[in-house]
Design a protein around this ligand. Structure first.
Ligand SMILES: Cc1cc2nc3c(=O)[nH]c(=O)nc-3n(C[C@H](O)[C@H](O)[C@H](O)COP(=O)(O)O)c2cc1C
Length: 227
């Protein structure tokens, strides 16, 4: 009972406050529904953490129900052309793993097709520890009707290759972008990249800006070399 009240409150929070505010008032281009990496929606999706016995737990269809309801609610607020989703069926962060990530990923993209959202952003199996060594995002890429973004362990060359081989429409970069605020420019020039410092990724450093906004731009680097 309490869980259902909380679900419905969360639903209202999305539709009445957060989503309209960020898109219509703050002026963001859209909303990426975060269904990855052990956060709330991923905890519904994954059979290793979802132990509900109501219509939001158990079968694949039930586990996917709430994330899909959230997508539908966001689409109704801001329009499908402003909505994307991030999913990581193969990852098991925060113990949120699934016994059949391929089946889960495929079910989700097929179900998402009916909302006509702009993109599905999916994390590569190599980033998680669930799934076999031969697993790939190809089946989901093939099944999804919108733009498909792949993320996880890509560098410039790999990313270009994935696009050339039609394995994705776009590649998302995490660590390389963190360490290179001008990553697109560096990729375009094939310029050397700043190396990321893993020690400053999370909360180890008392200064929250260290490791986030202090990596040099290309111009700053050449100025430094010149001076
Ligand atoms: C410091 C840091 C924070 C991250 N935070 C999140 C997060 O909050 N949510 C999420 O889904 N992924 C998060 N990620 C994962 C990245 O979005 C990305 O999927 C991951 O780094 C793999 O891509 P890459 O190999 O290009 O870095 C984080 C990664 C890093 C390095």
């Amino acid at each position: 009972m309490l869980q259902n009240i909380l679900l419905s409150l969360f639903h209202k929070l999305i539709t009445l406050t957060y989503v309209p505010v960020v898109v219509q008032i703050v002026g963001f281009d859209g909303v990426e529904v975060h269904g990855a990496h052990g956060y709330l929606l991923d905890q519904f999706l994954k059979d290793q953490v979802n132990d509900r016995t109501d219509e939001y737990g158990g079968s694949l269809e039930n586990r996917c129900r709430f994330p899909l309801e959230v997508v539908e609610a966001v689409v109704n607020e801001v329009g499908a052309d402003r909505v994307g989703i991030r999913l990581s069926p193969f990852a098991d962060f925060s113990e949120a793993g699934d016994s059949n990530p391929l089946q889960l990923g495929l079910y989700m993209v097929n179900a998402l097709n009916k909302f006509n959202i702009v993109y599905c952003h999916m994390v590569e199996p190599r980033i998680g520890s669930v799934g076999g060594p031969d697993e790939s995002l190809r089946p989901m890429r093939k099944a999804f009707n919108g733009s498909f973004i792949a993320a996880g362990g890509y560098d410039r060359e790999d990313g270009n290759k994935a696009i050339a081989e039609n394995r994705a429409d776009l590649i998302a970069y995490g660590r390389l972008f963190l360490a290179n605020p001008d990553l697109p420019k560096r990729f375009a020039l094939n310029a050397p990249l700043n190396k990321y410092n893993r020690l400053t990724f999370y909360h180890e450093n008392p200064d929250p800006l260290v490791g986030y906004s202090d990596y040099p731009f290309l111009d700053e680097e050449s100025n430094r070399v010149a001076s």
